[in-house]
Design a protein around this ligand. Structure first.
Ligand SMILES: C[S@@+](CC[C@H](N)C(=O)[O-])C[C@H]1O[C@@H](n2cnc3c(N)ncnc32)[C@H](O)[C@@H]1O
Length: 271
């Protein structure tokens, strides 16, 4: 068995793990065992669909890929789950199909539970939408409003057209504790974020989010060089934003056509 990367750093030089047996490692037992587990799990990771300059995008179901990522290896979650309402714009000439996962309202919470293993303790999560977090080990939540400065969903025919979306802010916790959020948001500020939505012909994905808004979240809750995780990556807006902010990033997207578009954006140095 070849020990590579960070695993080899934890096992003394010259020790062949399978021959000596894990028990022979004495005090390093637990660490090495965990490291071996992790190495095996990582061996199961598919090759990234795109990888360059600290940005990796995996093509697949986040519920299968998140368990393969290294424990506590990310520092911030920014993610935008499918709406869970089978939404489809009524106005576009060329209609987007209903988004994958859009009919499953439990998907966002299920995936976020898996993501908490990958996120370091006491760090921030921004999850677009509103969910019931009962029974999930997160704390100190706040509701942010993204003011799109434009009339909203075209299927909404009421007197008032919704021009905002919710973003749930959470903190990861240590087991048994409610999260306190070790990294303070950069400045204490109001909960309304004003960024024009992506409009008209510029829209490439039915739920594309403005890179400026994502940059603001990333810049507020992580440091340079840290890793941002987005397990509903779409066409990679979070990955583009992370790169522009000097962060590393991991994205997961189930539909290959969106992975391809994300890869194109990243290759082209899109903003
Ligand atoms: C709301 S969109 C994200 C759009 C993204 N913020 C952007 O600006 O491009 C949600 C995405 O999650 C993807 N998705 C749905 N189920 C998924 C799953 N189980 N694993 C990974 N991605 C999934 C959908 O294909 C869709 O592209």
């Amino acid at each position: 068995m070849r020990l590579s990367g960070w695993l080899s750093e934890r096992v003394p030089r010259g020790v062949n793990v399978p021959e000596a047996g894990m028990a022979a490692l004495g005090a390093q037992d637990a660490i090495a065992e965990e490291a071996c587990d992790a190495a095996e799990r990582r061996a199961g990771l598919p090759r990234p669909y795109y990888e360059d300059g600290g940005i990796a995008l995996y093509h697949g179901d986040c519920r299968e890929i998140l368990p393969l990522l290294k424990r506590q290896s990310c520092h911030l979650v920014v993610t935008d789950p499918p709406y869970g309402v089978a939404w489809r714009s009524g106005y576009r000439k060329v209609k987007f199909e209903v988004m994958k996962g859009d009919t499953d309202p439990g998907l966002a919470v299920e995936a976020t539970k898996l993501a908490l293993r990958v996120l370091a303790e006491r760090r921030h999560l921004y999850v677009f939408g509103r969910y019931d977090w009962d029974g999930v080990n997160v704390g100190r939540s706040a509701e942010l409003i993204w003011d799109k400065n434009a009339m909203g969903l075209s299927h909404d025919r009421g007197a008032w057209s919704r021009s905002h979306e919710y973003i749930t802010f959470l903190c990861s916790a240590r087991p048994g504790e409610k999260g306190r959020g070790g990294t303070p948001a950069r400045l204490r500020r109001g909960t309304v974020l004003r960024f024009g939505r992506v409009n008209g012909a510029a829209v490439r994905h039915p739920a594309e989010k403005p890179v400026g808004l994502l940059r603001e979240l990333i810049e507020s809750s992580s440091r340079m060089g840290e890793t941002v995780l987005d397990y509903f990556a779409g066409i990679g807006s979070t990955l583009v934003a992370a790169r522009l902010e000097g962060r590393r990033a991991i994205g997961i997207e189930i539909e290959e056509r969106w992975c391809e578009m994300a890869a194109e954006r990243l290759r082209a140095g899109d903003e």
